[in-house]
Design a protein. Structure first.
Lengths: 218, 116
């Protein structure tokens, strides 16, 4: 509990040192570096018998004049050209992914609907629904790797894992429907769904529980 | 505070001092800080700001590289490693300093014989 409180105090102190400086990867890393070292110094002061409050104040005072670094970081933060090239490139890829995903999902839904009205056997009706699954997978990945005004983009590996989880769950439902219709047995539907669904939910829970906030301005 | 070395005197040498610490192995901010204070026999009150500015400068010129440690408790540490170029840079600075030291001695303490 107390440690958390100190963490927060250090964090907000460091944030204040760079108040009003534009966000950048370098600033984020410098803040983390400063916070870690500051916390260790406070820890040492406390071992020498000072109270947490005294230790904090002394460590904070010993940092000295950061104005050179603040200016440096401000220049990087204002260099929007470099940042926007990067983000517009990834955002363009994710936009393309979103469009293709939505179209694929719609295509799958419409073909399935069409086959349904053609009064074909349910097995062949359910087949094209795989496009809905693929479309949804594309939509998941594209929206997670997209940077918005409120959130940073998720890193690619993590987004990939989330996508795999969503894909497994959706594919589970798809297998349930097709194998159910193919055999006409409910138990086969449930059992074939189970494998994919369990793997998917497990992966998803693991990701949710280890996640960090991507909200900006923290 | 009277027995601390003047920051004006030391300013131009921060980079060399950091390189000297890193010559003995990779290290991170607070540890480098403690090593420098210890090297000075507690007679140099180094400010962290000076240190971080030096890290950025050294990294930009290619004298050091950095990487993140994988600590789980209390936040990750950013480690610095001296490069080949950094070692050469250090040797050059050391030679420069030894040369300057003698001349400064003469300039500050020397008397002028003609006017005795």
């Amino acid at each position: 509990m107390r440690n958390n409180q100190l963490d927060r105090r250090v964090r907000s102190y460091v944030d204040d040192l760079f108040a009003g400086v534009g966000e950048s990867q370098q600033l984020y890393e410098l803040k983390e570096e400063l916070s870690t070292n500051l916390k260790e110094k406070i820890g040492d002061y406390k071992k020498e018998g000072r109270t947490e409050d005294e230790a904090f104040k002394e460590a904070a005072a010993s940092i000295g004049d950061l104005s050179g670094l603040v200016d440096d970081m401000r220049n990087i933060g204002e260099d929007k050209v470099k940042q926007s090239v990067y983000s517009s490139m990834t955002n363009r890829i994710s936009t393309a992914g979103l469009i293709i995903g939505v179209l694929l999902a719609l295509f799958g839904a419409l073909v399935t609907l069409m086959l349904y009205f053609m009064e074909l056997p349910p097995v062949s009706t359910a087949g094209p629904a795989i496009f809905i699954v693929i479309g949804c997978i594309l939509i998941t990945y594209s929206s997670l790797t997209r940077e918005t005004t409120k959130k940073f983009a998720m890193n690619k590996i993590r987004a990939m894992l989330y996508t795999a989880a969503a894909g497994l769950i959706l594919f589970g439902f798809y297998t349930a429907v097709t194998s159910g219709f193919a055999t006409g047995e409910m138990f086969i539907a449930v059992s074939s769904m189970m494998v994919f669904l369990l793997a998917g939910v497990g992966l998803w829970l693991g990701l949710v529980l280890t996640g960090r906030s991507r909200l900006k301005g923290q | 505070m009277g027995k601390n070395i003047s920051t004006d005197l030391i300013r131009g040498h921060t980079d060399t001092i950091v390189l000297n610490v890193l010559r003995h192995g990779d290290s991170y901010g607070y540890e480098i800080y403690k090593k420098i204070v210890r090297l000075s026999g507690n007679q140099y009150q180094l400010k962290e700001a000076t240190l971080y500015t030096a890290f950025r400068r050294l990294e930009k010129e290619g004298s050091v590289e950095s990487y993140w440690g994988d600590e789980t408790q209390g936040g990750r540490r950013k480690y610095y490693r001296i490069t080949e170029a950094g070692l050469r840079h250090y040797e050059q600075n050391k030679a420069d300093w030894n040369f300057a030291k003698d001349i400064l001695d003469k300039l500050i303490e020397g008397g002028i014989e003609n006017e005795e």
